[in-house]
Design a protein around this ligand. Structure first.
Ligand code: ZN
Length: 885
């Protein structure tokens, strides 16, 4: 028989509530946490909340459930939020998914919940339910939702969304629909039977709620603004602190005033007999007491032993003293845990019906984990597992531990246990659990007991096998722009936030003869300028990490004797001197100069660049619509290295590695540009227009504050304003009048996608207005009509047609203008299904001798995806000089 507890223990460890120390807020280890761990022991209630994206959740409700009601609380977020923007760094798509996974886990550490995800990727804003379900494949996401329910076995589900247009975003509607269907399907053994072969069982959730506004009829209201003196804040305030980690979405630092804060839900379905009066709580008609478990298998007569355990929990809660939480462990927690284990043994040996046995053991074993966790917290027991620095020598400077482990490496790691309580710990045993490809040896240090303030240090020798896998997400997708469901490379971890760490240290000990265990991931210490010392999960990485830049590009077709500059960046993880050679693998006829580059490294983490010029001889001249792939390979110590990783690390969040093949993809595109153009670029939050122009054979000069204040703007044929410059460039706001004057004198000014801040001052030569309800066209394949095909923007030097809008990704565009002066002429028209034709996405006005163009069609998303039409449109935008001069 299979019990998914081990899987859940992993999930919980990663959601953070079981894991201590690093990145943990004090409220997860202090006396408040110890007290909350006791509250968890007196109830069997389990709630699962479902949403679509990180930051959709009702954090106040989750925190209240977990921290005040002792409820085992889970959060199932369908996607990792890869389609959003990133206000904190350059990460987009899969990298943003890693950032937002970690942001949500940081929030979860405040909510106190277990986190789950589906395989669905957030593919950007979607207005429609059917669009979202088509993109994901409804059955696949339902499969994951059912699996999470069977894995977690909640009594109550609270769906954030309704599955109706009131939810807004199509992803939200889909989350509502899928949750409602999963409520039924999870209980049906005919649905997704492969999960039953995996060892899971059908599960009937008892009550199904969804979030509503607090003024809706029949709403069950829960005040999450209740003050908790142990926490020094209300649950809603604790949740807000957690939510503020979701900085990539601009959720940072949102303050919640003291006082009442209502979370409202409505009951949609229940399998329980209806109560007599109105609902007063989420668990009405449900027996969530420990004693209530006896009803699962009445023939076993578990009332009396369960009541005894319950009595110990009640006494522990009554006698709890925040000044000395450990005092309740010996008299109450240890005996209750001993009794619980005896009960588990009895149930295991009993002849009761298999379903009942499964259910009982599932709940009792969860309780066993919760008792051990309570013991650890009440004792304030500390466990750390840190990689040791290499031994220092008298004539060498002090050394630091390495930042990543590489195949073949040997190192030592020390687990340190500190008893910070007055309770004596006995029969201490420290162990290391490793994932494959690591070999561990140690000489166990025997300690029969550990008294107050005493410490045990247990070193382990570890060897990374030569063929060890690198530490990477268990999910991946071949094409971040077009695949909307992740491929799962390590199926055993699907639906969990992460695979377990490479190394987990455990300490087992006895109090009053009863065994407890505590575990903690193995970490290495990394020094970061500005931040100081950081502890990161120990990760295995290649000796040479190779990245080839640019990652993608276009080559204008038919142009003779072209050359492209590419750079291979190689990071050495070798622990000392290393010599590597880098070469490129090329399409037929292409030539790289030089053919090979030798690199020397003298320390770990050193980065060296190998620069190559690629020549495409006329005979092998690029053809339109053809794709050419170039690979970079580093050779070191007899092995080839052809991939590299990006470290996704933000302050306060766990660092992660995202891998990419060291390859560049070039597309032949039929595109021309006007010769000898001088182009200026005002960088906003970051887009690749300058790089794209370079590939087109143009060069853009980046304009800083002094250029805008007093530089000679008239020298530029065209100036581009990058995405969201109005949000982040104070100088753009201050000196916009100089740009308008530049247009008046004959300049060509092109303003890319902006956000609300664009309404703060009059940025155009004539009035224009974005407004709060600004429109978007989110279907990336929505038809686009060119309103004035004769306009030079659509004819010079490239003839722009409907075909240039083929193969777009994510969306047509958003933040369209809603009002404009008649001096502006709309140039494109497009709309989603069921949307009125939209004209505010691209407008042009002549002013003085020049031209002002606004374009919020999402070129910035298309250029990195290598969409040919976007390059052709960009080429035209950059080739209009002299129209008015
Ligand atoms: Zn959302």
């Amino acid at each position: 028989m299979f019990y998914p507890r081990s899987v859940l223990a992993l999930a919980a460890a990663f959601a953070g509530i079981l894991s201590a120390q690093v990145n943990q807020p004090a409220i997860n280890s202090n006396a408040a946490a110890a007290y909350e761990s006791l509250l968890r022991l007196r109830t069997t209630a389990t709630v699962l909340h479902t949403t679509a994206h990180p930051d959709d959740e009702d954090g106040g409700l989750l925190t209240w459930l977990s921290r005040s009601q002792g409820v085992r609380t889970g959060l199932f977020t369908l996607t990792r939020g890869e389609g959003g923007a990133d206000l904190t760094g350059p990460e987009l798509f899969d990298a943003l998914g890693l950032v937002r996974t970690e942001e949500l886990l940081a929030a979860d550490r405040y909510y106190g919940v277990d986190q789950f995800f589906s395989r669905a990727a957030d593919f950007g804003f979607s207005k429609r339910l059917d669009e979202t379900l088509d993109h994901w494949g409804k059955e696949e996401v339902l499969r994951d939702a059912v699996r999470v329910i069977r894995l977690y076995r909640p009594d109550v589900i609270v769906s954030r969304f309704h599955g109706e247009p009131r939810d807004g975003h199509g992803n939200h509607q889909a989350a509502g629909v899928i949750t409602a269907e999963a409520f039924l399907a999870a209980a049906d053994p005919k649905r997704f039977p492969e999960q039953l072969s995996e060892g899971l069982r059908p599960w009937q959730v008892k009550k199904f709620y969804r979030s509503v506004r607090d003024d809706e009829k029949g709403a069950l209201k829960i005040d999450t603004g209740v003050y908790d003196p142990m926490l020094g804040a209300s649950y809603r305030q604790v949740a807000a602190t957690g939510l503020s980690f979701q900085r990539s979405q601009g959720s940072g630092g949102r303050l919640v005033p003291s006082g009442s804060s209502i979370s409202a839900v409505e009951l949609v379905k229940s399998t329980l007999p209806p109560g007599t009066g109105p609902e007063l709580g989420l668990f009405d008609s449900l027996d969530t007491s420990l004693r209530g478990l006896s009803s699962i298998a009445p023939s076993l007569h578990l009332e009396i032993p369960l009541a005894e355990i319950e009595r110990d929990v009640t006494n522990a809660i009554q006698e709890f003293d925040a000044r000395d939480p450990a005092r309740v462990v010996e008299p109450h927690i240890a005996p209750a845990l001993r009794n619980l284990r005896a009960l588990i043994q009895n149930v295991t040996n009993s002849q009761v019906d298999e379903d009942a046995k499964y259910d009982l053991l599932f709940r009792l074993r969860n309780k066993e984990d919760e008792f051990m966790r309570a013991g650890n917290l009440l004792l304030g027991l500390s466990l750390e597992a840190l990689v040791d620095p290499p031994p220092s020598t008298p004539d060498a400077p002090p050394t630091r531990p390495f930042s990543v482990a590489i195949p073949g490496q040997k190192f030592s790691i020390t687990a340190t246990v500190t008893n910070r309580s007055s309770v004596h710990l006995e029969e201490i045993a420290v162990g290391l659990i490793v994932r494959g490809h690591l070999e561990v040896s140690s000489t166990p240090i025997q300690r029969t007991s550990l008294g107050n303030g005493e410490q045990l240090k247990q070193p382990f020798d570890v060897k990374v096998q030569e063929d060890a896998e690198y530490t990477r997400p268990y999910w991946s997708r071949a094409n971040s722009y077009r695949d909307n469901l992740y491929h799962i490379d390590q199926p055993q971890y699907v639906n969990l936030p992460w695979a377990p760490p490479e190394i987990t240290a455990t300490v087992s000990y006895r109090v009053a003869g009863v065994r407890f265990t505590l575990s903690e991931p193995g970490r290495t210490v990394v020094s970061e300028p500005l931040v100081g010392e950081e502890r990161r999960l120990l990760m295995i990485a290649p000796a040479m990490s190779v990245e080839l830049l640019p990652r993608q590009g276009i080559i204008p077709a038919g142009r003779r004797n072209q050359s492209i500059d590419v750079h291979a960046n190689v990071t050495s993880n070798a622990k000392g001197n290393a010599d590597a050679k880098v070469h490129l693998e090329l399409p037929p006829g292409w030539i790289a100069t030089p053919g090979e580059v030798s690199l020397h490294f003298d320390h770990e983490s050193e980065v060296q660049n190998a620069d190559f010029k690629l020549t495409i001889p006329a005979a092998a001249g690029p053809q339109a619509a053809k794709t050419y792939i170039v690979h970079a390979v580093a050779q070191y110590d007899g092995k080839d290295y052809g991939e590299g990783y990006q470290i996704v690390a933000h302050q306060g969040l766990e660092a992660r590695h995202l891998y990419r093949t060291a390859a560049a993809e070039f597309k032949g595109v039929d595109v021309k540009v006007a010769p000898q153009q001088k182009i200026g670029f005002i960088q906003g939050v970051g887009d690749i227009v300058p790089e794209a122009l370079e590939q087109l054979g143009m060069k853009a000069q980046t304009l800083g504050p002094s250029d805008l204040a007093s530089g000679n703007l008239a020298q530029f044929d065209t100036i581009f304003v990058g995405i969201r410059a109005s949000a982040v460039r104070e100088d753009y706001k201050t000196y916009n009048h100089r740009l308008i004057e530049y247009v008046n004198n004959g300049g060509n000014l092109v303003v890319e996608y902006q956000t609300e801040e664009f309404d703060n001052i009059p940025y155009g030569p004539y009035p224009l207005h974005m407004g709060r309800g600004s429109e978007r066209v989110s279907e990336e394949d929505a038809k686009v009509k060119i309103l004035d095909p004769a306009n030079p923007l659509f004819s010079m030097p490239n003839k722009i047609t409907a075909a240039d809008f083929d193969g777009w990704v994510e969306e047509r565009g958003s933040k369209f203008l809603s009002q404009w002066d008649p001096q502006y002429k709309p140039l494109l028209e497009s709309n989603d299904r069921d949307q009125k034709p939209q004209l505010g996405g691209m407008l042009e006005a002549h002013y003085g001798k020049g031209t002002f163009t606004f374009i919020s069609y999402a070129l910035y998303r298309q250029l990195p995806a290598g969409v040919p039409g976007a390059y052709r449109i960009l080429a035209n935008l950059a080739s209009q000089a002299g129209k008015g001069k």
